[in-house]
Ligand binder design. Structure first.
Ligand code: ZN
Length: 383
């Protein structure tokens, strides 16, 4: 859903990314501010002043969005949920929080803190506006007033109960609290989210056709609302799908799906010896790589294929493996849904299953996805 981000910095150890399409949003925002919004609110300024005001407004506005996402991340971290990144993209900002909260109260807090933070930031801007004389006829006063207004707008927009937006998450956590049923709450919240998405899509289309629907008055506003509607619809549908997948995989534990005692190969063995035959005859095979009686990594057909065949003779298993430091062990009773999430978050295809400090097997991503293929949730893709 999000394009690849470019790292522009990091806050609290969280990488800050912008996607290429964000530059379009930033450009259009600055352009509309400088040529339409600001000239409509304050007269008789030079072009340079309008441009400077637009740049300052946009800078602090996007800064406000980052502060909003940081608030979500801060609570997530307090609950020991890792945050992968904060990304600014064409429709705003998103904190990539690696997994869902395990308790409704945590989810409520994690969601509600975003809009509350935007309210607080809006109040701070309003306070500064008041301190410097509450004068919107001066450029600086107007910019600060606009920032207060936009932050209040951000708070209101995000509290709309359209899952997976903040308001939708608040809605889900409340239903989860009341019913005690996470899946039913997610199901209901996601369907409400889709309903809102369809409402936005219809309003956007009316606006494009020239009807004044209050939240948009022209085709550009309409197109914008349609984009947001499409994004929400796809995100809500994805949540429904994810919910089904998690429920299916919760029926299995790591030791139901693992390969027991995979063969150990020596780190010095050449990839040529290892890979020839294996890739065609037994593509799902996975080896532990050992050195002096110690397991130092894992190698599967994925790592073998990643090395060009020309280099197989000069590459050893130890060169091509995923080293132990990048893997983390899973317990035999860990649910398959959580193992899959660990793999996605670490970009891994196999994880060792360890019981009481003893490696007892290895679990492959293929095997977990196989469950979903069998259940008809996924269509097998050709590698
Ligand atoms: Zn938020």
């Amino acid at each position: 859903m999000l394009g690849k981000g470019i790292k522009i910095g990091s806050v609290m150890g969280i990488p800050l990314l912008v996607t290429p399409d964000w530059f379009l949003l930033a450009g259009v925002t600055i352009w509309i501010l400088a040529t339409q919004i600001l000239p409509g609110l304050i007269d008789d300024q030079s072009t340079a002043v309008y441009i400077f005001m637009a740049l300052a407004s946009a800078w602090f506005f996007f800064g406000s969005i980052i502060v909003h996402e940081l608030a979500h991340s801060f609570v997530a971290k307090a609950y020991r949920i890792p945050v992968k990144s904060i990304t600014l993209f064409m429709l705003g900002g998103v904190a990539q929080i690696t997994r869902e909260a395990t308790r409704p109260y945590a989810e409520l807090l994690m969601a509600v803190v975003g809009p509350l933070t935007s309210l607080a930031v809006g109040a701070v801007f309003l306070g500064i506006f008041w301190l410097i004389g509450a004068d919107t006829s001066r450029p600086i006063g107007l910019v600060i007033f606009w920032l207060a207004f936009m932050n209040f707008g951000l708070a209101v927009f995000n509290i709309i109960p359209a899952f997976p937006m903040d308001g939708g998450r608040v809605f889900r956590s409340l239903m989860w609290m009341i019913s005690g049923n996470y899946h039913a709450a997610t199901q209901a919240a996601a369907w409400t989210g889709r309903g809102f998405a369809w409402l936005l899509l219809s309003l956007g289309m009316l606006a494009v056709l020239g009807v004044d629907v209050y939240i948009a008055r022209d085709w550009l506003g309409g197109a914008w609302i349609i984009l947001i509607g499409l994004f929400l619809e796809s995100a809500a549908r994805q949540s429904l799908f994810q919910n089904r997948v998690v429920r299916k995989l919760q029926q299995y534990r790591a030791d139901d799906l693992m390969q027991r005692d995979p063969p150990v190969v020596d780190a010095e063995m050449s990839l040529a010896t290892l890979a020839r035959g294996v890739l065609e005859l037994n593509p799902r095979v996975c080896y532990f790589v050992g050195e002096a009686g110690r397991l130092i990594g894992i190698i599967s057909s994925y790592q073998m294929r990643a090395v060009s065949e020309r280099l197989w003779d000069s590459t050893t298993a130890g060169d091509a493996m995923v080293p132990s430091a990048l893997l983390h062990a899973v317990a035999p009773d860990r649910l398959a849904s959580e193992v899959l999430l660990d793999m996605e978050n670490g970009d891994l295809t196999h994880l060792p299953v360890v019981n009481d400090g003893q490696v007892v097997g290895v679990i492959g991503r293929d095997r977990i996805l196989g469950i979903l293929f069998q259940a008809g949730y996924l269509r097998p893709q050709r590698a």
